[in-house]
Design a protein around this ligand. Sequence first.
Ligand code: MF3
Ligand code: CO
Length: 250
Amino acid sequence: MVELKSARDKEKMQRAGLIVAEVLQILKKAVKPRMMTKDLDHIADFEIRDRGAVPVFKGYHGYPASVCVSVNHEVVHGIPGSRRLKEHDLVSLDLGAVLDSFVGDAALSFFVGGPPDETAQLLLEVTEDSLYKGIEMAQPGGHLGDISYAIQQYVESHGFSVIRDYVGHGIGHQMHEDPQVPNYGSPGRGILLKPGLALAIEPMVNQGDYEVDVLDDGWTVVTRDGSLSAHFEHTIFITESGPEILTRIG
Ligand code: MF3
Ligand code: CO
């Protein structure tokens, strides 16, 4: 069942979203070569709570940390630990926080220092741009499939692939609400988009094939072919006049 939110709900979601956006920027700035990924988890946990919010991921189906840190061929759900980041690593950070019983969820990817090569840089840019292509299509009167199609078309036109096994989602009181928001699909299909719909749109894009595996830790999703993967996510809210991004600073 897809729940529509009120203007009051939107204000609350905006506050949760801003906290997620701010903390993601803090984490991105904190990343240095040789840093352990668990150091990022400590910062994430502290900064979220310091803003009066609570990390959503921690304890979610037993997930052990406040942030997901997925490096290079890791797609999503990487568990922070004693791994040390190094120059040219592609780091994806995914963060969720709940404030006043509403959830914000966002993710971004970047390189430690700079990209290892031009294709990796293109992968990063295409993934981020595909998120905005999808968001543009989140218009009242449109269909969910318009978002999915826009993302898939853009990504595949650059020779990259979108993950099939993990999708975006509705969001509100719960991190994961209906509907599912795939990064692949057909225009005009799926539910009708209406004002009051809140979605987490999150393209996960592989440089190579879209097939993935889950590591023995039960969480870390990796590309089967070992190719690089990038991930960007925003929580958005559909209004009468179009989509508003709730997890963007400024
Ligand atoms: N942004 C991810 C998602 O929407 C984060 C979930 S990680 C988990 O699914 F640890 F909470 F599961
Ligand atoms: Co999400």
